[in-house]
Design a protein around this ligand. Structure first.
Ligand code: ZN
Length: 234
């Protein structure tokens, strides 16, 4: 076997190794996505609960403010009632006091239900946090394993790339550029062994004269049928 052919075969082997690592590279991301997916429903439910709690708290602040205003108003109404002497004025003041009292009763009842709702939401949020904590705990080992896998793959890739580049250095430029063109096109092997008298890939017959040259180990031929590089095992 000619040194050029040997170098090219080594390069093809290195590229195959590198390609296999390439295919495994997205694995850590896929695994991470799956774990994130397991967490997603609980996470979304917690966000919703949190948003509802915030909205209810805002409502409570507004309502508390209104109640304060109405209480102050009622204090003034009561002073007026206290000060009136005439029956007619007393009736009017009493009506006012009654009206504000009814409003206050309603508002205070609303405030109580809001308090209850906020407490429920807080409990729900805490419960979901506990669940999320459990999920995280369960996923901890797997996530650590994913990080390990990612580091290993990157290291493997780096060393495969270095080896491949070193092998490419040993292949003559003209053959290398042909090889790389074919690989870029085919996304698979660029170099095939002759099968009998024909191309090992597309089975196109190779003329005897060219086969003889190949057998002598002098050249690497291009298949006229499919364009891959051909060699004899010799
Ligand atoms: Zn062919």
């Amino acid at each position: 076997m000619s040194p050029d052919l040997a170098a090219l075969l080594t390069l093809q082997e290195d590229d195959t190794t590198k390609g296999a690592i390439d295919e495994r590279l997205p694995e850590p991301d896929r695994r991470t996505e799956a774990l994130d997916g397991e967490r997603a429903a609980d996470n979304a439910s917690m966000e919703r609960t949190r948003a509802s709690a915030e909205a209810a708290e805002k409502q409570r602040r507004e309502l508390s403010h209104k109640i304060e205003e109405h209480r102050a108003m009622q204090d003034r109404n009561l002073s007026v009632l206290d000060a009136v002497r005439k029956q007619r004025e007393a009736t009017a003041a009493m009506t006012q006091v009654d009206m504000v009292r009814r409003v206050l009763v309603q508002e205070e009842s609303d405030l109580q239900s809001l308090n209850g709702r906020i407490a429920d939401l807080k409990r729900a949020e805490e419960a979901t946090l506990v669940v999320l904590g459990e999920v995280d705990e369960r996923q901890r080992a797997e996530r650590a394993d994913i990080a390990r896998q990612r580091a290993e793959l990157e290291e493997e890739m780096e060393s495969a790339r270095r080896k491949r580049d070193a092998s490419a250095e040993k292949v003559p430029r003209s053959i290398l550029s042909k090889y790389e063109r074919i690989r870029g096109r085919e996304k698979s092997f660029a170099l095939y062994q002759l099968r009998g008298a024909a191309c090992g890939r597309c089975n196109t017959a190779i003329p005897l004269q060219r086969r003889n040259v190949m057998a002598a180990g002098r050249t690497i031929e291009v298949c006229e049928g499919c364009g891959v590089l051909l060699y004899t095992p010799g």
